[in-house]
Design a protein around this ligand. Sequence first.
Ligand code: BGC
Length: 761
Amino acid sequence: MRQIVPNILKMKNKILLITNVIIVWGFLTSFETKFGQTTTPSYQNENSPSKRALQLLRKMSLEQKIGQMTQICFSTITLDGTKTLHISPDKFREAIVKWQVGSFLSGTGSAEQWIDFLTEVQRIALEETELKIPLLIGIDHVHGANYVDEGTILPHNLTLSCSFDTALAARLAEITAIETADLGLQWNFTPVLDVGKNPYWPRFYETFGEDPLVCAEMGASIIRAYQNSSSIEPYRLAACAKHFIGYSDPRNGFDRSSSEIPEQILYEIFVPPFQKAFQSGVKTVMINSGDLNGEPLHSSKRYLYDLLRNQLGFDGVVVTDIKDIQKIVEMHAGAATFKEAVLMSIQAGVDMYMACNSYDFISTMLELVKEGKISEDRINRSVYRILKLKYELGLFENPYPRKDRLMRIGSVAHKQIATDAARESIVLLKNENLLPLSTKTKNILVAGKAANSKHYLAGAWTYEWMGQPDESKHPKEMETILEALQKEFPNSKVEYVPNAEINLKLLEQKSRASDVIILTVGEKPYSEFKGNINNLLLDSQEQTMIETAAKAGKPIVLVLVEGRPRIISHLSSKAKAILFAGHPGFGGGRAIAEIIRGSVNPSGKLSFSYPCDVHSYEPYYRKFSSNYWRQYTKLCSEEFPFGHGLSYATFQYENLTISDTVMFSSDTLIASVTVRNLSDRDGKETVLWYIQDEVGSIVRPIKMLKGFEKRLIRASSAQVFHFQITAKELSFPDEKGRHLLEEGYFTLMVGNQKIRFKLLQ
Ligand code: BGC
């Protein structure tokens, strides 16, 4: 029996949307009435951002409005045309006086350079433009203040998500906010809410892994921390939920390409992180550069208007990705001319174009308005949203950066938290009685490209888009894995073989003389399309390096420093221990060394399924049929499953109970489980609550994560974890996003425990 439960949220969003329209209309009419009278206070003195935005809007010319809808890269107005922060006053005046541009993005430099640059930029905008509207400045601080020389470089999202710790994510976001806002940057293009279910996709490491709930919870925690931070007062920081939608699962795995995602899957897997972001008040959304089910997202009414605005009720600013209206023509062949593409994207609902290095958008928009193809009314709606955002961010009151809190940027305290984050996130995947390594180990051999590199630990989007290969640009006090191992094992000989991938003879010889070999393998940092690959297999030189070292018969620890899971299944038997580090940031080297020595007990768990084969990379929530055939074959399903992660403590799950085994749709069941630490070491355990819907009218996943919680469990003690089950945990969306709740049996799973219960309508 099936019942369609009214989608309360959808209705609520619709009501909200209608209310917003009424409020806007109300403001407009009251503004019109007041405007005729001389008593209207100036927009600077009004309190409500929406009211002030409307009043300002009323004073603006068409050209000024379109300028507000345009975002230009700083590289267009710097002296040397790069992201370095030296303004060319002429080029800048062309942008803001001639073209009346309202927003800029991207640069890199020291905190002082940022402040001087943005002070000058805002000063010219406030002194030399007619309306004195402050500029809105966007940045990709995707793992800490990564475009500030002194910034604290945090783990990339994929690594962080393995901590399963949303409070930690919020602490890191707070650090990012503190190191960003004082510089005059008010808009951070994060978090990435794309669900990482295709490890070929080169932005996999920017995601929070493959699970929609983990992506949603981590993302929401970060959004709230940015947007509600009191530590950055009087400034405010807007988050940006990106990239809407279906970006992360392209058929060919390449960046910015075509995804084919059935609507039902879209609603069940890809929408939830964005929906949660909207509930958390995210102020802006960036659009997916690719195409989905045949529609370039940037011109898609179906996804931008019907889904994003109408169904999900998002009412903030929608910004394009970089030059992506142009790409409707050049990349998607979705429009014959730029003009056509502009029209389509404006009709679909774009508010701001990240034009980057061209003003064609402005002239084209003017033409389209003059030809009557775009109404000024339509433009007003976007400009209203942009101005309202500027008011909400307090930009009119505090347009200038400040230097009096510079000591907070890259502070010791922030770096300590960055190191703690790496400690919480690194995953011990395999351990055949090798780790923790005794401090009495005499000879430790270290090899691999990442072993003595800060660049590999930090990853891409660090000082530069592709990361910073110049090691001297990274903080002096940042330790490489080698340096940290040398400190952690002061009584051992810790020796490094440079270029071991090529120096195979030397590697073999040194391996024989060692007691333990620590090999780093994985990937060199990359960004976006630069990371496109057509084979997920580990690089062949690194494979040879592992095989060569293994000839010595000494125990091997593999440390995976990579942006996505490169296949190691044919080699993993050669290693007695394996760690997944991803790109763990500033404290990565230290955390890895501490875990190897055992001064830190590892507690990360995989937020994605580590594939066993280049052709086989299904997420854990694969459909029932996928498992059915595995019973007849010996095919692997993954090398390490989602949620896998070892500890030096031993946890036992006991006594799973549930408040009732029958529930009605309005009931709440409470489940409890005891987790016992059987060892004499304190350890942290993430409890993952899954539900399996045993029979469904739409084929169900074999299980779905519905809750998670990480806690410290002291040695030889136990803790009870609780979980609430309501209709929300049991329902699923159909192809229109309507939530279905179906009678029948469900299985709740946690650790090795299971319990069945029945839903009755
Ligand atoms: C990326 C976005 C980023 C933007 C601005 C694009 O290439 O896809 O994620 O925010 O650049 O730097």
